[in-house]
Design a protein around this ligand. Sequence first.
Ligand code: ADP
Length: 432
Amino acid sequence: MFDFWQRALLFPLAMALVSLLLWGIFGAFPATLFFGVVILLRLLVHLRQLAALENWSMAPESRPVPDASGLWDDVFTRLNKMMRKQREDREKHTAALHQIEQATSALPEGVTILDEADHIEWCNPLAEMHFGLDGSRDVGQQITYLARQPEFVQYLAIANFSEPLILRGTRQDELVLSVKVVPYGINKKLLISRDITRFERIETMRRDFVANVSHELRTPLTVVNGFIETLQDMPKLDNDMARRALVLMGEQTTRMEGMVDDLLTLSRLENSLNTLVEEEVDVPVLLQSLYQDGQALSAGKHAFKLELECTAKLHGNSGELRSAFGNLLSNAVRYTPQGGEIVMRWHMREDGQATFGVRDSGIGIAPEHIPRLTERFYRVDRSRSRETGGTGLGLAIVKHIANRHQAHLEVVSAEGKGSTFSIVFPAKRILA
Ligand code: ADP
């Protein structure tokens, strides 16, 4: 500061001294005139620098700090330094903010920041998706104005955030969200949303599955129990009756055994740790053997044909393929009345996909049932399926095996005329 005053006063003091000298030589008037002119010029120089400063301060970001000399040079140099520091700080903050934004965008959960009146201050892309928000347009809007579900509005109003809220149909009907609010700072809230649609669907499937299995096993168990009670209540056991009862009980236990076998096969196929053991499968040889099995199953009730139109082998698991092909064949036998025709076909499509098909002239399937056939326990005609020893799991197993081979199941059917079930294998599964 002392240095500043020293430098600021040096010029006027020097001029005052010169003026005093002039006074002694030329008199008062020329000396005063000289002093006045010099000070005025000095003032003009300062005004020019001030104007440059004023001009620069109007747009400090886009204009360079003006050049100057003397004391002004010090001021401008300091200003320049301050500006540079400010710019560096801002760049650092922008980079940090960008990093935080990137991190919150990568979060597997939706994050929305709400102020004390539940206005949106910021949200990440997942929150935009969950609540149908637009991060740039909806900032400042009240969240309950955009997500209007009464239970959500109430959840925010009651402000008891100990438990998350399960919210259905925020944006689309099928979307299920788990929403949690975490208060922070001064009356601010973090609204965290998680898409639990898949989890809910799996939970529903699990519940349905347990209910279905229990239902399927209850009927045969009731039958077997009934017979056991009847036999126990009989004072004298009639041999013929006991034998008949045992035969019927045997049928029911075989049915339960079949169902448990199919359930175990399904769970094995679904187990992600059980990867496909691949080998070379000679499909024509496999089909010859299945052709014999089919004829034995039909016991001469149907006309059987095997059409081997190609010799292609597959890269896959022969046990699983035998089970899938066998299931389709056994369905054809079971759903085709006596005298009908069953054709097994192995051929190559024009697009290079290999296809195994079973065509029957059986009872056929109405179109509304076709999309649901591969669901577990789905049957068009329950009693017919049971009578013929069906478990309702056969096509679910076929679909799983097809998927494990990147193949798919195609069904073409007409009620009363017959059906064709085909498994279509991609070209990459075919061995030359
Ligand atoms: P199921 O053990 O009952 O046969 P699947 O999963 O093998 O169970 O088949 C599901 C349902 O699809 C069957 O109950 C039956 O209604 C129908 N279906 C399957 N194959 C045929 C077929 N070839 N002809 C007519 N209906 C069939």
